[in-house]
Design a protein around this ligand. Structure first.
Ligand code: DAH
Length: 341
């Protein structure tokens, strides 16, 4: 038995010296020290020894076991150190390599223009309102004096949600006039920016989704002169002192009288060029005196109160503000374009 123990010890220490991997180490531990291992097999034979030999053998067995355990621990540490070394080697970072630059974004030009407009209107005492893009026809059309059968209500122009045409993607922010009259006490002075939707094909001046900013003022004694004064002030603040505007008669169902407002072309100064399509003027917005029927439908007495309203195209305003010639650039989000503002 003494011989057998010595042999196990020599074999085990020899085998352990050659170990390079963790699994291999574990296999050897099981083989020598495990429940069914070689040491256990030897110890089972102890019972057959004469009584005086047992303590001596027992001690020897313990020594062998301790020696193997110590070697296993030592090997384990070495194997782990080797594994770590390998891992560090494979994950080595070259700190001298140039880094990947992260691009810092900024506000979109249209929202820069919108913020400028908000500032201008807030400075004049207006309140900023927001409202739903999914809208009821009542707000988008009916209470804006736009009856059934009006061409703007056509299914070919408007995105409807329901067969009975009661729910739609708003085609204009003008419905916010009605929301304002419903939720505010008089006098009212609001602007309401937001997205609107129409069934238009995309081209240099059209998109099925675009932005408007609606304005509404209602009080006693409000006149068209207030409208012109306000819009001229806004135009000068946005586009610079001396900006020339033009008020053209027009028709909208919810204003009477109605007009469209143009600014002189920034590119040619009114002579006519590619940007203004030879017109010399760029159309910016629709406006007018709020129709008495519209006031009445919202429970406001048109004998006592009057008001005006306007609706800017926001993309168009940003294009004019930043000399952008194609609407698509605003939506395509090409970094090379956006970076310029
Ligand atoms: N909602 C009109 C449009 O989308 C623009 C407009 C015209 C708004 C006249 C107004 C207004 O408030 O008074 O074409």
């Amino acid at each position: 038995m003494k011989e057998a123990l010595k042999k196990i010890k020599e074999e085990a220490l020899g085998a352990l010296s050659a170990v390079t991997g963790q699994q291999e180490l574990e296999d050897l531990r099981v083989r020598y020290l495990g429940k069914k291992g070689e040491m256990t097999a030897i110890l089972k034979q102890m019972g057959g020894l004469p009584a005086e030999e047992r303590p001596v053998m027992g001690q020897l067995a313990n020594e062998v076991r301790a020696a193997i355990e110590a070697k296993i621990a030592e090997t384990k540490a070495a194997v782990e150190a080797m594994a770590l070394e390998k891992k560090l080697e494979s994950e080595r970072i070259d700190v001298t390599m140039p880094g990947r630059k992260s691009e810092l974004g900024h506000r979109h030009p249209m929202y820069i223009a919108l913020d400028e407009m908000k500032d201008i209107f807030i400075g004049m005492g207006f309140e900023i309102l927001e409202g739903p893009e999914i809208e009821e026809s009542v707000y988008n059309f009916d209470r804006l004096n736009t009856d059934e059968g009006h061409p703007s209500r056509d299914w070919s122009d408007t995105f409807y949600f329901t067969e009975d045409s009661t729910l739609l993607l708003r085609t204009q922010t003008s419905g916010m006039q009605i929301h304002a009259m419903e939720s505010r006490d008089l006098p009212i002075r609001i602007v309401a920016p937001g997205r609107v939707y129409r069934k238009d094909e995309v081209d240099a001046t059209h998109s099925p989704m675009f932005h408007q900013i609606e304005g509404l003022v209602i009080d006693e004694g409000i006149t068209m002169a207030d409208l012109k004064g306000t819009l001229n002030t806004v135009a000068e603040k946005l586009f610079g002192k001396g900006t020339v505007t033009r008020f053209r008669p027009h028709h909208f169902p919810f204003t009477e009288p109605s007009c469209e407002v143009d600014v002189q072309c920034h590119e040619c100064g009114g002579k006519g060029c590619r940007v203004c399509k030879g017109e010399g003027w760029i159309e910016l917005l629709g406006a007018g005196m709020v129709h008495p029927r519209v006031l009445e439908m919202s429970g406001i007495d048109p004998e006592k109160y009057s008001g005006w309203a306007f609706g800017f195209g926001l993309e168009r305003t940003a294009m004019r503000r930043f000399n952008i010639t194609d609407l698509r650039l605003i939506f395509e989000n090409d970094i090379r374009f956006l970076k310029q503002f």
